[in-house]
Design a protein around this ligand. Structure first.
Ligand code: NAD
Ligand code: TYD
Length: 354
C-alpha cells in the first residue's frame, strides 16, 4: 500500500481517485483537514475497502510513526502543504509550520521507518515529494523555461517554504540515503480545486455574477497543466524515477492570466450564458499582488526523455472539462463556500482514527 499526505486537497484527491481507478493497491490518506482539505472530494472512495482516511498532522511524529509501523507502506506521496500564495502573504506562519517543519518531521518518520526495513522492501521504498515550479522564482519574457538545474530563487513566503522543503528532501537523500524523488510542477487546474485559485475563482464568481478580479495588468504568465496529467506524472516518477533526482512537470501551456479569464468567459457564455451580456463584462482589474512573479514556464523535457511522460490534455480540452465540472457540481461549490463541509467534518471525523 501507499501513504498519501494531503489527500483531501485538490491534487491529492484527484491522485487518490485516479489511483483507485487504476491500481489494486490500497491507499492511506493522512490529512489534517485544514480549510483546503475536504472529505467530500473523496466521497467516491469512502466505501472502497482499499481506502483509509486518517485525520492528523504530518508534524505529529507519534501518529506518523504509528501509521507507518501498522500499515507498512511501500511509498509515501507527500502532497500536504499550505498552498496559496495570497494566504502566505497575509499569514506566512502556517506555511513555515507545515511546509518546512511538517516536511522535516515527516522525513524523520520516513527515515526511521525505512532504516528498519530489510532487503528488497527497503530497496524499493520511495518518498515522493510533490513540489512547485515557484521555487525557481520569476522568468523574464525572453528567458528559457525552468529546467531542473535552474537556480532556486523563491519570491513569496509560499515558494520560500516549498524551496526549504525541497532542500530538506534533497539532504535526506545525500546524507542518509533515503530514496526520495522530487517533482516540481507548474500551475494545475481541474475538478475539486478550491475557489481561491485563479481558474475556479473566476468560474464561481462568474456564475454568481460577481466581478472577476484580475491582478494588475493580467499579463503575468503561468504554465497550466490539467490535474490528471500531474497525477500521471507522479505515478510515473514513483514507478521509474531515479532516487535523489528531481523532475520538472508542466503542460507546455504558457498563457497570460487575462487570456485564461477570457477563455473561461467564452466557455461560460456558451455553456451557461448570462441573461444579458457577456461574462467578460465582469472582468475587473484590481491592485497587483505584492512581489507578484511575472512568468513561470517549465521545460518538461527531462521527464519526457527519461520517463516517457507527456501530458494527455491540451489546454482547450482541459479547461472545457474543468468548467463543465464546476457547472455539474453546484453542491460542492456551495458547500466549500458556505463552510457547510466544516460542520460535516466535525460531526463525522473524530481525530486520529484509522
Ligand atoms: P491544497 O491546498 O488543495 O491541499 C492541501 C492539503 O493538505 C489539504 O487537504 C490540507 O488539509 C492538507 N494539509 C495542510 N496542512 C497539513 C498538515 N500539517 N498535515 C496534514 N495535512 C495537511 O493543495 P494542492 O493544490 O492540492 O497542492 C498539493 C501539493 O502540490 C502541495 O504540496 C503544493 O505545493 C503542490 N503543487 C501545487 C500546484 C497547484 O497548482 N495547485 C502546483 C505544483 C505543486
Ligand atoms: P493562483 O491561482 O493563486 O496561483 P499562483 O499564484 O500559485 O500562480 O494565481 C495564478 C495567477 O493568477 C497569478 O499570477 C495570480 C493571478 N490571480 C489573479 O489575477 N486574480 C485572482 O483573483 C487570483 C486568485 C489570482
Amino acid at each position: 500500500m501507499i501513504l498519501v499526505t494531503g489527500g483531501s486537497g485538490f491534487i491529492g484527491a484527484n491522485f487518490i481517485l485516479d489511483w483507485l481507478a487504476r491500481a489494486d493497491e490500497a491507499v492511506i490518506n493522512l490529512d489534517a483537514l485544514t480549510y483546503a482539505g475536504n472529505p467530500e472530494n473523496l466521497a467516491a472512495a469512502a466505501a472502497d475497502e482499499r481506502y483509509t482516511f486518517v485525520q492528523g498532522d504530518i508534524g505529529d511524529a507519534e501518529l506518523v510513526a504509528g501509521l507507518l509501523a501498522r500499515h507498512h507502506p511501500r511509498a509515501i506521496i507527500h502532497f500536504a502543504a499550505e498552498s496559496h500564495v495570497d494566504r502566505s502573504i497575509h499569514g506566512p506562519e502556517a506555511f513555515i509550520q507545515t511546509n518546512i517543519l511538517g516536511t522535516f518531521r515527516l522525513l524523520e518518520a520516513a527515515r526511521a521507518y525505512w532504516s528498519g526495513l530489510d532487503g528488497r522492501v527497503r530497496q524499493q521504498f520511495r518518498f515522493v515529494h510533490v513540489s512547485t515550479d515557484e521555487v525557481y522564482g520569476s522568468l523574464a519574457e525572453d528567458e528559457p523555461a525552468f529546467d531542473e538545474t535552474h537556480r532556486y530563487e523563491p519570491n513569496s513566503p509560499y515558494s520560500a517554504s516549498k524551496a526549504a522543503s525541497d532542500h530538506l528532501v534533497r539532504a535526506y537523500h545525500h546524507t542518509y540515503g533515503l530514496p526520495v524523488l522530487t517533482s516540481n510542477c507548474s500551475n494545475n487546474y481541474g475538478p475539486y480545486q478550491f475557489p481561491e485559485k485563479l481558474i475556479p475563482l473566476m468560474i464561481v464568481n462568474a456564475l454568481a455574477g460577481k466581478p472577476l478580479p484580475v491582478y494588475g495588468d493580467g499579463r503575468q504568465i503561468r504554465d497550466w497543466l490539467y490535474v490528471g496529467d500531474h497525477c500521471s506524472a507522479i505515478r510515473r516518477v514513483l514507478e521509474a524515477g531515479v532516487p535523489g533526482e528531481t523532475y520538472n512537470v508542466g503542460g507546455w501551456n504558457e498563457i497570460p492570466n487575462i487570456d485564461i479569464v477570457r477563455t473561461v468567459c467564452v466557455l461560460l457564455d456558451e455553456l451557461r450564458p448570462l441573461a444579458r451580456g457577456s461574462c467578460r463584462e465582469l472582468i475587473t482589474h484590481v491592485a497587483d499582488r505584492p512581489g507578484h512573479d511575472r512568468r513561470y514556464a517549465i521545460d518538461a523535457g527531462r521527464i519526457e526523455r527519461e520517463l516517457g511522460w507527456r501530458p494527455a490534455e491540451t489546454f482547450e480540452s482541459g479547461i472545457r472539462k474543468t468548467v463543465q465540472w464546476y457547472l455539474d457540481n453546484p453542491a460542492w461549490v456551495r458547500n466549500v463556500q458556505t463552510g457547510a463541509y466544516r460542520a460535516w467534518i466535525d460531526a463525522h471525523y473524530p481525530r486520529h482514527v484509522g
